[in-house]
Design a protein around this ligand. Structure first.
Ligand code: NIG
Ligand code: FE
Length: 406
């Protein structure tokens, strides 16, 4: 027998998902959840008649509040140790990301701290970031490895990601990113061979990672080196993702399309031809406005992708260089920095994120049959997410119909 898990009733509005307007949004609405999935969404009085609140394990009175799908944060590097807050200040004084990297800071500094951290420290750090993400409305989060850059530490990171997924209400999706940087003193081709012949087989045997990502960037991994890693990843059962056209345009977006990647991420330097290439492909362009914000750089041209009919995602890119776990803040930046409407930015942070993770079945929506990942906002409209910037708008979160944050 199916169980009535939750009824969220009398909401000022329920954002169901993408629609013509461009949002499919109902006023004076309710959501009923059975066995962790949305069974009905519609006018509150009708839903409550059919699914009496007193029969439900959880009842949420959402009077005056907006209910939206849980955020799907499709790009984070949330598993690491160490602190780089001093680099934030150095950047404000004019240092570039690349200069900091060249001085031994940046990714390689986090690699040193991560290698020294115990398994438990890595897990506890990740769990604490997931707590913050959940309290800001994220219910599915992708997390990349890539601060180990050796087989042992990469596997330890992926194991922390697996254990976090088991222990935390947030669904955690694992991406192997051994090709995140070149370890100190190593030749790049030589390291690529290590990733291909040693790390990837071990990652496949471990069985945690679902995606393989590469930092395809001038001075890091060339298009050819990235292709080598990602094609080997496919042979080991991992779906490609690409950090593409972040600082210098070198062809990472084209590569993502050639390899039928799940996503091409960053795209700060993407050009018109990339807009056409990605829009014609099944690759989801993922925009990370927090990175441009924290680096003080120009925002990506997400508008061109949307105007060309592309279905984009917005994510946090949470990492020591872009230290925000908040999807509401990413949505606000997507609006103000990239000129998306609040509806476009919200869809990009929910359904778009699910698309970037190749999730079907309604994740990122509140359509009938979708997983019942719901966020109740302390505001009457989703428009308050960017409008009331810098403030956490989340009042409660339900994961598969269970109240996991209130
Ligand atoms: O997506 N661009 C490469 N990787 C990360 C930054 C990682 C770091 O600086 O620790 C990013 O922004
Ligand atoms: Fe990244």
């Amino acid at each position: 027998m199916s169980e009535l898990t939750a009824v969220v009733h009398d909401a000022a509005e329920v954002v169901v998902g993408e629609g013509e307007a461009p949002l499919y949004c109902l006023e004076d609405a309710a959501v009923a959840v059975e066995d962790g999935h949305v069974v009905a969404v519609g006018p509150s009085d009708e839903i409550v008649r059919e699914y009496p609140a007193e029969n439900a394990r959880h009842t949420v009175d959402a009077t005056g509040r907006s209910v939206i799908p849980g955020f799907v944060d499709s790009h984070t590097h949330a598993c690491f140790a160490g602190d780089r807050s001093d680099e934030f200040e150095a950047k404000l004084r004019g240092k570039t990301y690349q200069e900091i990297m060249a001085e031994g800071g940046g990714i390689l500094r986090t690699v040193r701290a991560t290698r020294e951290a115990s398994d438990d420290e890595l897990l506890q750090n990740l769990l604490s970031h997931l707590d913050t993400m959940l309290s800001h409305g994220s219910t599915t989060v992708e997390v990349k490895s890539g601060y180990g850059l050796d087989t042992d530490t990469e596997l330890r990171m992926l194991d922390a990601i697996r254990r976090a997924d088991e222990q935390h209400p947030v669904d955690v999706v694992a991406t192997f990113m051994g090709a995140h940087a070149v370890p100190d003193g190593r030749d790049t081709d030589d390291y690529v061979e290590e990733v291909v012949s040693e790390q990837l087989p071990a990652v496949e045997t471990q069985g945690v990672a679902e995606f393989c990502d590469v930092f395809c960037e001038e001075g890091v991994f060339s298009v050819e080196q990235s292709r080598r890693v990602l094609e080997a990843g496919v042979e080991h059962g991992l779906t490609p993702k690409v950090h593409a056209e972040e600082f210098v345009h070198i062809g990472g977006a084209r590569l993502a399309a050639d390899l039928d990647a799940a996503s091409a991420d960053h795209l700060l330097q993407a050009n018109d031809s990339d807009v056409d290439t990605l829009t014609e492909s099944d690759v989801t362009p993922v925009f990370l406005p927090g990175t441009a914000f924290s680096l003080g750089e120009a925002y990506a041209d997400a508008r061109s992708f949307v105007d060309a009919g592309g279905q984009i995602a917005v994510a946090t890119d949470f990492n020591p260089n872009c230290y925000s776990q908040s999807m509401p803040f990413a949505v606000a930046l997507a609006c103000v920095g990239m000129k998306l409407t609040p509806a476009e930015a919200l869809v990009a942070g929910t359904e778009g994120g699910a698309r970037a993770l190749n999730r079907t079945g309604g994740l990122g929506t509140l359509r009938e049959g979708a997983p019942a990942d719901l966020v109740v906002l302390d505001a009457p409209s989703y428009r308050h997410i960017p409008y009331n910037f810098g403030v956490n708008p989340v009042s409660a979160v339900l994961k598969e119909g269970e109240v996991v944050h209130a």
